[in-house]
Design a protein around this ligand. Structure first.
Ligand SMILES: NC(=O)c1ccc[n+]([C@@H]2O[C@H](COP(=O)([O-])OP(=O)(O)OC[C@H]3O[C@@H](n4cnc5c(N)ncnc54)[C@H](O)[C@@H]3O)[C@@H](O)[C@H]2O)c1
Length: 337
């Protein structure tokens, strides 16, 4: 198949390009390169590379593609709090416009990178796709509003699906350490301290970034009826953890590190445990390759090999928010939707 991937230079995107090419697909990547210079390791490039804003992608760019995996976004909650307008402009308005153009260009499938953060402070634990959504941030709100518009665009010739991904962690050539697991490993290696910013009690569903990429491949290759017009949680029932459990796993890997509760975010209201039964029912052949323990072990090894230290932890390179602050002017305005 010919597959168009946006955000192909990001933490998850670099895995996705590699996996799609390995599966024999022809890949076009489109990314603005917001994190150019932040690379940790070399990675596989797509067959065709468009270095531009997704808001500037034309129908001509999209013609001839069978599916589009849309990952480009302002990708974290704190960034959305800093500038909600930009988060909504990129994550919602440009996504919806891209989907419209894809539909007009005859792309059959639009796979959106959604998020389990749409559940926010869950009223109950073990949230399913049909449960009420409770967004706590502009980021989560942008994902919900995009989904709603995608369902309106779906028809017999155009299938949309939202992969509501759990919080990612793990090794990627475009490393991020602003994600809870990677952050705790990074702080343990840099300071000998596992710095937990909450009281450690919040639940989070966690999934390896490469397993998210594998899910996109599975969604691109799945029978249409399995994914058409569906929001599907991506992760595993056994992969919900309390932040303090993550701290304990870091301690097992780095026994000299001490757990420290800094309490700097106060009581973290983002608390959600998620069920992933629908994914198993609709795509029975898809299984996660990583558990949190195996993914953390892999990342720990890579960080040690790279000599990961305080300079890496305190610098801008692996923290999206810090890099983006100086690069916001790269983003073009969204067209009205
Ligand atoms: N990492 C997670 O924990 C997680 C969890 C759930 C969902 N997601 C979603 O998955 C997607 C990818 O996340 P990631 O962790 O790889 O993020 P990332 O920040 O590493 O990558 C995003 C990429 O999108 C590009 N981009 C941003 N705005 C763009 C624009 N307007 N035009 C073109 N390119 C643009 C950036 O340059 C970057 O390379 C995002 O949609 C994110 O919201 C991520």
């Amino acid at each position: 198949m010919n597959i168009f991937v946006t955000g192909h230079l990001g933490y998850i995107g670099v895995h996705l390009v590699e996996l799609l090419k390995a599966a024999g697909h022809r890949v076009t990547g489109c990314d603005l390169g917001l994190f150019e210079g932040c690379e940790w390791e070399p990675f596989v490039r797509p067959d065709v590379e468009l270095l531009k804003d997704v808001g500037d992608v034309t129908e001509g760019d999209l013609e001839g593609h069978d599916a589009l995996c849309h990952l480009a976004a302002i990708s974290n909650d704190p960034m959305g709090d800093l500038n909600p307008e930009i988060t909504l402009s990129v994550n919602r308005d440009k996504s919806v416009e891209l989907a419209r153009r894809a539909k007009s260009a005859g792309v059959g499938r639009f796979l959106f990178s959604g998020s389990c953060s749409v559940y926010g402070a869950g009223e109950k634990l073990d949230l399913e796709e049909t449960d009420p959504l409770n967004p706590l941030t502009a980021y989560a709100q942008s994902k919900i509003e995009t989904e709603e518009r995608l369902w309106e665009l779906s028809d017999d010739g155009f299938s949309t699906a939202s992969l509501r991904n759990a919080t990612a962690y793990g090794h990627s050539p475009m490393l991020r350490i602003d994600l809870v697991v990677n952050n705790l490993l990074g702080s343990a290696l840099s300071y000998g301290e596992i710095r937990i910013k909450s009281d450690g009690s919040p639940w989070r569903p966690l999934v390896h970034c490469r397993d998210i990429a594998r899910a996109f491949v599975a969604f691109a290759e799945a029978p249409r009826e399995a994914i058409h017009n569906q929001a599907i949680n991506v992760g595993g029932n056994q992969e919900n953890y309390q932040v303090r459990d993550v701290g304990d796993l870091v301690k097992q890997l780095i026994p000299t590190a001490e757990v420290a509760y800094t309490g700097e975010v106060g009581e973290d209201p983002r608390n959600y445990r998620v069920k992933f039964d629908k994914l198993g029912k609709l795509l029975p052949g898809f299984k996660l390759q990583y558990t949190l323990a195996s993914g953390m072990e892999e990342l720990h090894r890579a960080m040690v090999d790279h000599g990961f230290n305080k300079i890496d932890f305190e610098g801008d390179r692996f923290v999206r928010l810090r890099t983006l602050r100086d690069r916001m002017e790269m983003l073009s305005p969204a067209s009205a939707v």
